[in-house]
Ligand binder design. Structure first.
Ligand SMILES: Nc1ncnc2c1ncn2[C@@H]1O[C@H](COP(=O)(O)OP(=O)(O)OP(=O)(O)O)[C@@H](O)[C@H]1O
Length: 603
């Protein structure tokens, strides 16, 4: 970690010597004022890195948090004569509280709906700042905002105030960096990539969104506090929607997911208008065009472009040979030792009682009951549309049952949220693989270990030894699990993996927490014969390792190799149960699959 942080030192060192590089006289003073402005912008944009870059939530209200920070400081220090530091602290707390509320609201909203709500919030704050004149000073704003001192240290002149701001910039960088490299950061990325998969992996979406919005708002508030004391005067026309769009653009242009990119974007878009002034009336158009070009053609921003360029040059210099396929490791499936599959006991782990799930008039599941015993590999089979996936979605909490109950390990889990069900010991994979595509295979599996962690935001930011220990254990467990499955491309992004390998990563993500029950939805779908054979060996070995499994599968040779118990569904109802051999010879099942008078050949 310390080594990772070292990479920010050149940037900070460069920023620290800026006052010495500026010309003297009024021009120098002007540029120093702009630099102070750009540092406050950078801190506000780091907040957007968290909410937009990490958690993928669109927020167009950063200027509102910026304003809440500025006005809290200004009102308390100027109108109520509070000392600077307690006022500044409240200047961070007040926007954080608003961020908590906005995060809570965002649970039910995504994309443009969420963007609209944040715009609404921004507009309300602008109106309040303008119209609540008795408190905010209205359009006249508030002047004579003090700058701080700490004992004998005074930060009243521009230069020393700039250095003080740099200290806070370092703090903001640390907070965002630490968050990104913690289990909470992984949870935010998972949320960004796929909310359903994230909650099924044990992540509480509500808290993840609240966390993202409140950290973002806190940084916005801090930036506003620093801006107000830097500018000495504030008025409502600074904290308008346009400013939120500017923060948004800065973050996107630099690289929304990168700290250095965000700093770059904030700096560049603060100074660019100045550098383009020679274009006179056209400068705004050119400025806007540049922003549009970067946003359209550089999805990972300017910093992403720089990184790609550096990597290309390094490859040329080193004359790197193409990456060799990873060494073949012994896989679970290839081990030669004899297999002893456990015989299922009598203990019922899962009991589904008269389950119904209706979508309007569609009775997708219509009174299904079955049990899975500890040590079973139970399989749900049935023709397309017979309701199998719906059953799994109810079991894992994605759907609430219309009627009926689901009991797991002696507890009624009907209607519980996916992350709660995951934490109780049920993990799953999806019919259409739902990995987090922009995360590496290893990171995907680390997300699966999230429920085992205990360290929250405070522990993460304070860098407690427990936090580091948990992060190390999660990584080791994820590596071990992937190794166990014979998977070697652990640092490859999930989206770049072949289909069969993605399936293995998804299974690893589900099993890393050692759930009591593993739900696999058509694990062999889309796999070729060889991959399907390997997969059936894998399920076989998972069973040997003690996992209880409930799977849906169409491939009957697969099913007959692995299953200890089978349930057959048709038109939302259970039509048969027993061993695979028994159910496949059942006339009702044959009829369901092939119609009357047909004989089903499952070999
Ligand atoms: N969210 C939904 N809204 C409306 N109808 C749904 C929904 N999900 C499933 N259904 C309907 O419920 C029925 C059962 O679907 P389900 O996906 O559970 O079947 P399945 O047995 O898993 O099929 P397959 O083997 O093709 O995956 C289908 O008619 C389907 O169209």
């Amino acid at each position: 970690m310390a080594r990772q942080i070292l990479k920010f030192i050149p940037v900070i060192a460069l920023l620290a010597i800026v006052p010495f590089l500026l010309p003297g006289g009024r021009l120098g003073t002007y540029y120093l004022t702009l630099t102070i402005l750009s540092v406050s912008y950078a801190i506000a944009c780091l907040g957007l890195t968290v909410v937009l870059g990490y958690s993928g939530q669109v927020s167009l209200a950063q200027a509102a948090f910026y304003g809440l920070g500025s006005y809290t400081l200004a009102i308390l220090t100027v109108k109520h004569h509070w000392p600077f530091w307690p006022s500044a602290l409240l200047g961070v707390i007040v926007p954080t509280l608003f961020g908590l509320v906005l995060g809570a609201i965002s649970l039910r909203l995504t994309t443009h709906y969420l963007a609209l709500v944040t715009i609404g919030f921004q507009v309300i704050i602008s109106l309040v700042l303008n119209n609540w004149a008795t408190v905010t000073g209205g359009a006249d704003g508030i002047s004579n905002i003090p700058r701080p001192t700490i004992g004998p240290l005074s930060f009243v002149d521009d230069r020393s105030y700039y250095w003080l701001m740099l200290v806070f910039l370092c703090l903001a960088v640390y907070v965002v960096y630490r968050l990104r490299h913690s289990r909470l950061g992984n949870a935010l990325l998972a949320l960004r990539e796929d909310e359903i998969a994230a909650s099924s992996a044990g992540i509480n979406l509500f808290w993840a969104k609240v966390l993202a919005f409140s950290v973002s708002a806190a940084l916005g508030g801090l930036a506003g506090v620093l801006y107000a004391a830097g500018a000495l005067y504030i008025s409502p026309n600074i904290y308008i929607f346009d400013q939120s769009v500017l923060f948004f653009s800065m973050t996107l242009v630099g690289g929304q997911e990168s700290i250095i990119g965000t700093l770059l974007g904030a700096g560049l878009l603060t100074f660019l208008p100045e550098w383009l002034r020679f274009l006179k009336d056209y400068y705004i158009a050119v400025y806007g065009l540049l922003v549009i070009v970067v946003v359209l053609f550089l999805p990972d921003g300017l910093w992403g472009l720089v990184q790609r360029g550096v990597r290309a040059i390094l490859r040329l210099v080193k004359k790197e040979t193409p990456v060799q396929p990873a060494a073949v490791v012994e896989t679970l499936m290839q081990r030669a030792e004899p297999i002893h599959r456990p015989t299922p006991g009598e203990q019922v782990l899962l009991e589904v009682k008269d389950l119904h799930k209706h979508f309007g008039g569609v009775k997708a599941v219509n009174g299904v009951s079955f049990t899975v015993r500890k040590g079973d590999v139970a399989v749900l089979i049935g023709p397309n549309g017979s309701g199998k996936t719906t059953v799994l979605n109810v079991l894992s909490g994605i759907y609430e049952p219309t009627a009926g109950e689901v009991w797991f390990d002696g507890r009624n889990i009907s209607g519980l949220k996916p992350h709660v069900i995951n934490r109780l010991g049920i993990a799953r994979t999806f019919q259409n693989i739902r990995l987090f595509p922009e995360l590496t295979a290893l990171e995907n599996v680390i997300v699966g270990y999230y429920p085992k962690g205990t360290v929250g935001l405070a522990g993460t930011l304070l860098s407690t030894p427990r936090g580091y220990l948990e992060e190390r254990i999660a990584r080791e467990r994820a590596e071990e699990t992937l190794r166990l499955l014979g998977f070697t491309r652990i640092h490859e992004k999930a989206k770049n993996l072949p289909y069969g390998q993605q399936r293995i990563v998804e299974i690893a993500r589900a099993m890393v927490c050692e759930p009591q029950l593993l739900l696999l939805d058509e694990p062999a779908a889309g796999m070729n014969t060889e991959e399907t054979k390997e997969l059936s060996h894998l399920v076989y070995r998972l069973h040997e390792l003690g996992f209880t499994i409930l799977l849906i599968e169409h491939d009957m040779s697969f099913v007959s190799q692995v299953a200890t118990q089978a349930y057959v569904m048709d038109f939302g109802s259970k039509i048969a149960e027993g061993s695979v051999d028994e159910v496949l010879r059942n006339p009702a099942v044959i009829k369901a699959y092939l119609g009357d008078d047909a004989e089903y050949d499952y070999a």
